[in-house]
Design a protein around this ligand. Structure first.
Ligand SMILES: *Cc1c(COP(=O)(O)O)cnc(C)c1O
Length: 432
């Protein structure tokens, strides 16, 4: 069996079985308590669904996975093995991609801060760099003058106003995005002019990523159109890619009770713009999508054990050996879906309760005001949808970070051990 996870430590052969009590208990035992579970089959499924949906609409299509969403090595490596490019926004992520065996030409280097050394290194590797600010153009100029025989290909990140009905659609209520070169104030035109003055430089693509509240089809249609039209206006002769960033919805669990666009819906909306804009063009650019949440949110869950049911002034607290910092480090107030893996099946008591964690913070609620079957001492709770922006934001707060088990084709492997004192306080970096 070809596998993406090297040096695998087989924890248990699940032999296709569901996660029953004995299995969860034995995994928790090998992990030293609460643990994350990564479903590599689900990840593969997501990759193929997104890829097929878009390829059907526009064949020259590439997925570049957004590392910051979840850069668990085994997860990124699996995506590389499926053919995904790596989208990175720091040198740390860049070096991780190389360490995982990614081809330097398949790394897309975004983000607002890139040092001179980073830019030199990425140009040497012939990665796709999307420039974000003018200071980076200075580094490119220096590189070009020091390496006069090298040709240099670059992308440029574009910033334009996003309004719907007179209101900005950016996330968290921001009016203006701070990333990329503004079209409205002439910065984009100036940046392109500056770059074109360097004889060795070819601007091969435009990039547009915005975090929006709506993630709507109308927004993606509009964004793709803008990028295509700007590309045709400024870089038609050298154009090789249109990179529309990330921000699409993934498949939501039924319990969310929400209808959102499917991968097919996004692909149809974006693909039809690409086909129209480049109808009759001899050289059709690549379409690049940088999915984060939509690729990984539903690939991970978190298992923790009920230590006690505590009653205080009529309020029920279910105390577990995990924390809100494990499953929603941004401390948002919505409850994630969870399952009870019960020790005994005889209790079906309906009750109102909160699920609270191991830290000594009052606000450590894994779930608020749950009305449902009351978990019992010894039961395991499995929180779902914890694949995106959880592991990467999980702080070293009060306790070590938990182990991660990967499940693939009926087997379970340890892909990250629980941290130890020596990992948490690495003596190479700390003075004692
Ligand atoms: C965060 C980010 C993504 C991924 O966004 P999602 O909303 O998780 O899909 C893609 N591209 C860039 C440049 C990003 O910063």
């Amino acid at each position: 069996m070809k596998s993406s996870v090297q040096d695998r430590n087989l924890v248990i052969d699940l032999m296709g079985k569901n996660m029953n009590y004995e299995i969860v208990q034995s995994l928790a035992k090998s992990c030293g308590g609460a643990f994350f579970l990564l479903d590599l089959d689900q990840l593969e499924n997501n990759y193929h669904k997104i890829n097929q949906a878009f390829k059907k609409q526009y064949n020259n299509f590439i997925i570049a996975y957004s590392y910051k969403t979840n850069y668990l090595p085994a997860l990124c490596k699996k995506l590389i093995s499926l053919g995904a490019y790596s989208e990175v926004v720091s040198r740390l992520e860049y070096d991780l991609a190389l360490r995982l065996g990614e081809n330097g030409k398949h790394i897309i280097f975004n983000g607002p801060i890139k040092s001179k050394e980073d830019i030199y290194f990425a140009l040497q590797q012939e990665s796709i760099i999307n420039l974000d600010s003018f200071y980076e153009i200075d580094y490119v100029k220096q590189y070009a003058s020091e390496n006069p025989s090298r040709s240099i290909s670059l992308g440029v990140r574009v910033n334009f106003a996003l309004m719907e009905d007179g209101e900005s659609i950016l996330q968290d209520g921001y009016d203006v995005s701070r990333f990329g070169f503004s079209v409205e104030n002439g910065d984009l035109e100036r940046a392109i002019y500056e770059l074109k003055k360097i004889a060795q430089v070819k601007i091969i693509g435009l990039h547009g990523h915005f975090s929006t509240r709506t993630r709507s089809l109308a927004f993606f249609r509009h964004k793709t159109e803008r990028l295509c039209q700007l590309a045709k206006k400024y870089i038609n002769e050298t154009l090789q890619f249109i990179d529309i960033g990330g921000g699409i919805y993934g498949e939501l669990p039924k319990s969310f009770n929400r209808t959102v666009p499917s991968f097919d819906d996004y692909a149809a909306a974006i693909g039809s713009v690409m086909r129209n804009e480049f109808a009759g063009a001899s050289n059709k650019p690549k379409l690049i999508l940088e999915p984060g949440v939509s690729m990984v949110a539903n690939t991970m869950s978190f298992a923790c054990q009920v230590m006690e049911h505590k009653r205080v002034q009529g309020t029920s607290f279910i105390l577990v050996d995990g924390s809100a910092y494990n499953i929603k480090p941004t401390m948002h107030k919505s409850n994630l879906p969870f399952k009870i893996v019960a020790k005994n099946h005889n209790s079906k008591l309906e009750h109102l309760f909160h699920i609270v964690g191991y830290t000594c913070m009052e606000r450590d609620y894994l779930a608020h005001n749950v009305h449902g079957t009351l978990p019992q001492q010894g039961d395991y709770l499995i929180f779902e949808q914890v694949g995106a922006y959880t592991l990467v934001l999980n702080p070293l707060f009060i306790k070590e970070r938990p182990a991660v088990v990967a499940r693939e084709k009926g087997q379970a492997f340890l892909i990250r051990k629980k941290e130890t004192l020596a990992d948490a306080f690495n003596e190479n970096i700390y003075r004692f």
